[in-house]
Structure formats: structure tokens, C-alpha cells
Design a protein around this ligand. Structure first.
Ligand SMILES: Cc1cc2nc3c(=O)[nH]c(=O)nc-3n(C[C@H](O)[C@H](O)[C@H](O)COP(=O)(O)OP(=O)(O)OC[C@H]3O[C@@H](n4cnc5c(N)ncnc54)[C@H](O)[C@@H]3O)c2cc1C
Length: 313
């Protein structure tokens, strides 16, 4: 499961974008850039045929992007670089403080290079990640990424997600044809089965509408808008609890550490030169209460002994 979301996160963040185009609920997985440009041209041709040709192109916005997380920011920058006029609407433009998306796999790093976004890893104290150390029942092994054929710079990177996202937002917003606005999209505007734009509430509380030939929703796993397009059945078998450990070292420098513990895995990886993220997978839909001490008890009695057993033997 860990690998699913670590790898899945990269794919979902940088490649698997949900494109909302003409038809309701139609999903198109597209590489940002070339395929998307082609798709927009196709849409234009289709729109011409029904007399609505690209009114948005003349009017101002080519693409609305909802959400400026990893996906929305990368997409806005890529489309902006391609010359499109992009209107990004993000609920909160202050630096996020989240425990998600902190470990970028080498494939994600290569993707950043392809998108011209690798400098977003500069000046955020990102750490190189060369592979994983796996622990189980007091035994361990180390797995390195097979990077022999790549430039020595190519490796995973781990960091504070918020610092990375903020750099990507800044980079996208630095393009004159990308408008980054703080606002919460409350609904998609649909006419005759086509998404025409979005309704949103600005930071000042104003209710506005924005229109464009293409709306791309990148509002993350807690999306409200997805529900208006499909009926996602989300299974929540467990929750992640995150801790930051300061000024300590992991057994293997520049490696993620996975303890295959009972009842579920515990992860460690550096997120800066003096901070280690510990992520504990806690089974069940509710995390133990912090207020009544259940959480501390769980961490001390279930988690800590297994970490000590594995790291110190
Ligand atoms: C515990 C955990 C750990 C993870 N660790 C990793 C990891 O180590 N490596 C990895 O690659 N992946 C990881 N993932 C997965 C990764 O976090 C996601 O794939 C990635 O964050 C998805 O990026 P996104 O831009 O699609 O969504 P998000 O990062 O969630 O961004 C969505 C954005 O949309 C905005 N938004 C939401 N609703 C609205 C609205 N109505 N109007 C305007 N804006 C809105 C939000 O404010 C947010 O900025 C992890 C996930 C979890 C849950």
C-alpha cells in the first residue's frame, strides 16, 4: 500500500490529471503540454462546428485550473509556458503545512526536469533520496534505486511539501499569462452537458463566475467537485499520523526507511537537513484521540518498541 501511494502519488501528481472537458464525467489522461494543446485545438474545431468557437480565447482565459497543489501548479506553469492564458483558482495561497507529497521518486524528478520545474527543489533544503531500507522482525535490507544509467543528479528528493508547492506556485505565477487567484470554487458551470467554467468565492467573499473553453480540476483527494461528476467510493482503511523528529539521524543516510510493523507500516525519511518525518499508519477510520492521551499511548506502546527493535538490532 505504501508503494502504491508513493508511486501513485508521483503519477497522479504529474501525469494523471483529471481533465474536465466538453462531456460531463469524461476523463482524459493527458500529458500536459503537447497532447493537451492538440486536444484544445480539437475542441476548438468541435466548438466551431456548433457555433461557439473559442469565445473564451478571444475573451481572456484559455484554461481554468482549480487548485494549485503539485498537479495544478505544474500544469499551470506548463500551459502558461505554451502560451495559454491560464486562470488558477486556489483556496489557500499561503504555504501549505501538510504531511502529504514529501518524497518525490526519481521518476518524478525526471518529470520535473522535463517540465522545466526542477529548480523548484532549490532553496527548500530538499534532501537526496537514493533508495529504501526495509525492516521486519529485527532484520533489514537496503534497496537502491537503479540509477546507474542516469546523471548523478538524478535521485529521489524529500522535502517539506508546502515549501515545494509554494515554489511551484511562484514559478507558475511568474508567467504573465498565468493568473493565480485565491478563491474557493463552489461549483462547475454546466450548460448542455458541457463544463463552461466555474463559480467561486474570492478571498474577499465575493461570488464570481469564470469561463473558459477548458476547466481542469486539480483539487486533490478531498475534492468536492468530483462528486458532481461521478460517485467515487472511497475506502478509508487507515489514517497516517505524522511526526517531525528534529536533529536525529536515520540508520541509512539519504534513504527512506520502512518498518513493516504490526499492525501496519511505519515510515521515516528526511524532509530537511535536520528533520526526519515519521509517518505512522494507524488502522481504522479514526485516529486515536490526542486530547485524552490515546495517541501518545499508542505511539509509546505499539510503535516505539517496534522501531527500537528494528533500528537497534
Ligand atoms: C499521508 C500521505 C502521504 C503522501 N506521501 C506522498 C509522497 O511521499 N510522495 C508522493 O509522491 N505522493 C504522496 N502522497 C500523495 C500526494 O500527496 C498526492 O498525490 C498529491 O498531493 C496530489 O496533488 P494534487 O495537486 O492533485 O492535490 P493536492 O496536493 O491535494 O492539492 C489540491 C489543491 O486544491 C486546492 N483546492 C481544493 N479544493 C478546492 C476548491 N474547491 N477551490 C479551490 N482550490 C481547491 C487545495 O487547497 C490544494 O492546494 C501522499 C498522500 C498522503 C495522503
Amino acid at each position: 500500500m505504501i508503494y502504491q501511494w508513493v508511486l501513485g502519488g508521483i503519477v497522479a501528481s504529474l501525469l494523471g490529471l483529471l481533465l474536465l472537458d466538453g462531456s460531463r464525467g469524461k476523463r482524459v489522461n493527458s500529458r500536459a503540454g503537447g497532447h493537451l494543446m492538440q486536444k484544445m485545438k480539437d475542441e476548438c474545431v468541435k466548438s466551431s462546428a456548433n457555433g461557439e468557437c473559442c469565445s473564451g480565447f478571444g475573451g481572456g482565459t484559455d484554461v481554468i485550473v482549480v487548485g494549485a497543489g503539485v498537479a495544478g501548479s505544474a500544469l499551470a506553469h506548463t500551459l502558461g509556458k505554451d502560451g495559454l492564458r491560464v486562470h488558477v483558482i486556489e483556496r489557500d495561497l499561503s504555504q501549505p503545512d501538510r504531511i502529504v507529497g514529501e518524497l518525490l521518486q526519481p521518476g518524478g524528478y525526471l518529470k520535473l526536469i522535463e517540465l522545466g520545474l526542477e529548480d523548484c527543489l532549490n532553496e527548500i533544503d530538499a534532501q537526496r533520496v537514493l533508495g529504501y531500507a526495509l525492516y521486519k522482525d529485527g532484520k533489514n535490507t537496503r534497496l537502491s534505486y537503479p540509477l546507474e544509467q542516469f546523471h548523478s543528479d538524478v535521485a529521489g528528493r524529500s522535502f517539506h511539501n508546502g515549501r515545494f508547492v509554494q515554489r511551484m506556485r511562484e514559478k507558475a505565477a511568474s508567467l504573465t499569462n498565468v493568473k493565480m487567484e485565491q478563491g474557493t470554487v463552489t461549483s462547475l458551470i454546466e450548460e448542455k452537458g458541457s463544463i463552461k467554467g466555474v463559480q467561486y468565492r474570492t478571498k474577499a467573499g465575493e461570488e464570481l463566475k469564470a469561463y473558459a473553453p477548458l476547466t481542469i480540476v486539480c483539487d486533490g483527494c478531498f475534492s468536492n467537485l468530483r462528486r458532481s461528476l461521478c460517485n467515487p467510493e472511497v475506502d478509508v482503511p487507515s489514517c497516517f499520523v505524522g511526526l517531525v523528529l528534529k536533529n536525529c539521524q536515520l540508520p541509512h543516510a539519504n534513504h527512506g526507511h520502512v518498518v513493516l510493523a504490526d499492525p501496519s507500516p511505519i515510515l521515516f525519511y528526511p524532509i530537511s537537513s535536520n528533520e526526519i518525518r515519521c509517518l505512522v499508519d494507524v488502522p481504522g477510520q479514526k485516529v486515536p484521540s490526542i486530547a485524552n492521551g490515546e495517541m501518545a499511548r499508542y505511539l509509546k506502546t505499539v510503535v516505539a518498541p517496534q522501531v527500537v527493535l528494528n533500528f537497534l538490532t
